[in-house]
Design a protein. Sequence first.
Length: 193
Amino acid sequence: MQLSSEYVVALPRADFPIPGPALPEVAFAGRSNVGKSSLLNLLTGRRALARVSATPGKTRALNVFNWGNKVYLVDVPGYGWAKTAKTERAAWQALIHRYVREREALAGVAWLLDMRRDPTPDDVSFGRLLAEARRPVLPVLTKADYISRQKREARLAEISDALHLPAGMFVLTSARSKEGQETLREAVLALAG
């Protein structure tokens, strides 16, 4: 299903309103360099809707996209490693935490994790934040094409065990091969209600 999509606004604070119709919001969150922008482009079918950068830490605000007048997709700054000052990373963390805890229109969070990497302490900490905020979560494994099909089940089990989430919750995706595109679209629309 192809829906129209367009960039709307960058919100510098979690309490800023989105100009436009009242729609549910789905946040896309994960570590720096996990592939949030690439996944948003995969989801919407637009190659350059969200800017993809080779340098982690380029997303510095809540970037909002209108997807088919059904939901706002919100690209949040990555947590964890990025080539920026500690004070700037702390400000992004405060922005993310406030958005996840307090945003009334937030219907859920697509939590992106790199399938090639073990969950980090930052990932575990973010998982705790989501649980404490009682937000519906859609765990998404990115870069699945880097893992052979024979090794995927074991890799998925390792990640789901580390995060204490059922393996059946995860959506496997690849922006390169477009794997999981339709499953992701259906899951995000279901998350939005």
